[in-house]
Design a protein around this ligand. Structure first.
Ligand SMILES: Nc1ncnc2c1ncn2[C@@H]1O[C@H](COP(=O)(O)OP(=O)(O)OP(=O)(O)O)[C@@H](O)[C@H]1O
Ligand SMILES: [Mg+2]
Length: 251
């Protein structure tokens, strides 16, 4: 199934492409069905983009393609991502047989140890370096996963529903943490979420993937706090929910 008929070369996916994301005519088929169908997407360096879409619309497939871990993508165009790209998932994917600090340092030179320790402090896990992942709460595990994602100073952070499994209060705290981390470390971000409010709260731009294409692409640039009580917030929420096929009145 994982063929590469369109021939995106590894050079085109190469590390030297520079920051930001540039995709042209990306197609991904499974069993003859195009989940991604000629997708074009450009993300300027440093932009925070949220990606919404119904279940099965291809969001994770798009992230995997950008992460370079899907060799079945095809297309005549470009797939350019920065060399330093990292990913976080709905579950922390911490290695259970390694303590927290070695997990954060995993795959990194030992010289990054001080950076890893500082990042653990930044995510509120100072003093937990020697804990086992199983000793951390779900939110703490996700914070450790964020530290691990940032330890290599990524130019692009790909996040696939990183807060999807957390309770509402923890999720709100994680939003504030992610915002702080992004301000401090300045990666370009592509965040997949099912949560329209999360997208509007965090992102500068929101995309909706549907029928294999990016069907909605809007900038979130209203003044004032990103407060769900704000009329502009509600207006954007209504239009996004309607594009997602959800009933805005019921939401
Ligand atoms: N390895 C695979 N083999 C066959 N089909 C696949 C494979 N990976 C994904 N698909 C199909 O591609 C479609 C898109 O999957 P994807 O995981 O990208 O959706 P998604 O938008 O992330 O959904 P969700 O919101 O539920 O996570 C689905 O119909 C899925 O069954
Ligand atoms: Mg998914």
């Amino acid at each position: 199934m994982a063929t590469n008929p369109g021939g995106l070369t590894s050079a085109e996916q190469s590390a030297e492409a520079g920051p930001g994301v540039q995709l042209e005519r990306l197609t991904r088929k499974f069993g003859g069905r195009a989940v991604l169908d000629d997708v074009d997407l450009t993300i300027p360096e440093g932009q925070f983009v949220a990606l919404l879409g119904k279940s099965g619309s291809g969001k994770s497939t798009l992230l995997r393609a950008l992460a370079g871990i899907d060799h079945g993508v095809a297309g005549a165009g470009l797939l350019r991502v920065p060399g330093r790209t990292s990913m976080v998932f709905q579950d922390s994917r911490l290695l259970p047989w390694k303590r927290v600090l070695p997990n954060v340092l995993y795959g990194q030179p030992r010289s990054r140890r001080a950076v890893a320790t500082a990042l653990l402090a930044e995510v509120g896990l100072a003093g937990r370096e020697k804990a086992w992942p199983g000793e951390l709460s779900g939110g703490e595990q996700q914070r450790a996963a964020l530290a691990r994602a940032l330890v290599g100073e990524p130019e692009l952070l790909l996040a696939d529903e990183p807060f999807g499994a957390l309770d509402a209060l923890t999720r709100i705290r994680m939003h504030a943490l992610l915002r702080r981390l992004v301000e401090a470390h300045r990666p370009t971000v592509l965040l997949v979420t099912h949560d329209v409010d999360e997208a509007i709260t965090l992102a500068q731009r929101v995309l909706i993937l549907d029928h294999g294409r990016i069907e909605v692409d809007i900038d979130i640039d209203f003044d004032g706090p990103r407060d769900p009580a704000q009329p502009q917030f509600q207006q954007i929420r209504r239009s996004l929910l309607s594009a997602l096929g959800a009933d805005p009145i019921a939401a």
